[in-house]
Design a protein around this ligand. Sequence first.
Ligand code: ATP
Length: 432
Amino acid sequence: MSLAVYPMVVPGVAESHRAQCLESLQQAGVSVCTQPFPLSPCLVVASESCSDEPDVIPPGVGLNCLLWFGAPTEKFWRLACRCSLWLLWDERQASPVHPLREKLQALTSAQANIERALDAQGLVAQSASMRQVLFHLYTAARRGVDVLLQGESGTGKEQLARLYHQFRRCDGDLATLDCTTLDEGLAGSELFGHERGAFTSAHRSRDGVIADADNGTLFLDEIGDLPLAIQPKLLRTIQERQYRRVGGNQWMTSTFGLVCASHVALESAVDAGNFRLDLYHRIAACVIMVPPLRERVEDIVPLAEHYFASRCGDGVSLSGPLRQWLCQYHYPGNVRELYQRLRLIQPEAGAAQACLSDMVMPCSIPERSATGDNWIHQSVSAGLGLDAIKERATREAKASALRLCDDSCKQAAQLLGVSERTLQLYKSELSG
Ligand SMILES: Nc1ncnc2c1ncn2[C@@H]1O[C@H](COP(=O)(O)OP(=O)(O)OP(=O)(O)O)[C@@H](O)[C@H]1O
């Protein structure tokens, strides 16, 4: 396999270390790219003397390997947690040519497979933290390790479960069970299936999701919501991959890979007595924390571009103010909320750029507000006249625009198509 790498020497690293690194790459037969290239891994070269910037690793580069000169220190761990793999270079020993080649080989083939899977599923992951999540997911899937995905709602756990299934390259299907919808009485049947006559409405025998996942992957979404009564029944199934249908007495086998997801920290659910510790230990062999969107701001613009590309065709770029507007928000609902926000923006078909002025605001004032109070109707009945009504509508529009734009007069002005000064005056009137 021909290997290429982009060495990213962190500022402050000694020149002698940089030279040693380049020499080892040459000995390992690895070519050196002069630019970060998405499909080539990045070798982050660092040592204790390097700068301590948290964002030394730029977004958009491929998977990365940290090459650290010297003994690991706190700085090493801070950097290592942003890298997929790492290699320590103990200067008393010969240069680590073979391990270096091996790690770069592993990263290169993972990178190509991950890229293919992202394309196939229409997913975007540019940030170093998401690249790392993908690498761990890929490694776990290829080694047949079960995975627990934890992260806030809307971060993409379900999409990652699909990727995990794709990475496993198995013959069977991805069988999904959303545990939030499980009725306590029917949970056993949904999971294990049932025999005919097992309960009053069981007119026929049927398979459950565990049988459906045979030779494939079982995805238990929101596993924290699994009724407590059914939890002990899953222990053997997860450990031995065996199950018994409700009303049956024969143990059956299903060979599946397991991926579970939860938006709550399951450790807290265990502490609160809502989740069994023995079940937690069986599903948490490899816990992958999916970072919230506000902690990977680098993903916001690529996700937005991806969203517009899927709606308007390729090549829609975002105007500067629109990028700024999108990146300033903190997205408690994560990618799902970003997509909802983007629905407000409607670039013209075939337009090369999406701008804030493409934003569609609700153009008619609702007939009745949630409280049932129709202020326009009341104002008209009270004989207030059009000017007073317009004046109030204008004030409400300014307040809404400022709220939407996190109090930025400039962006709110763009949104309303008025001058920035108009919004500044409105704000000073309010504070005066
Ligand atoms: N990396 C990504 N690239 C493209 N779209 C994404 C990505 N991550 C999430 N999405 C989109 O965001 C939305 C929410 O994703 P998903 O349902 O996977 O989140 P979740 O973490 O499972 O949420 P919940 O905990 O509420 O079930 C979906 O529309 C999904 O397509």
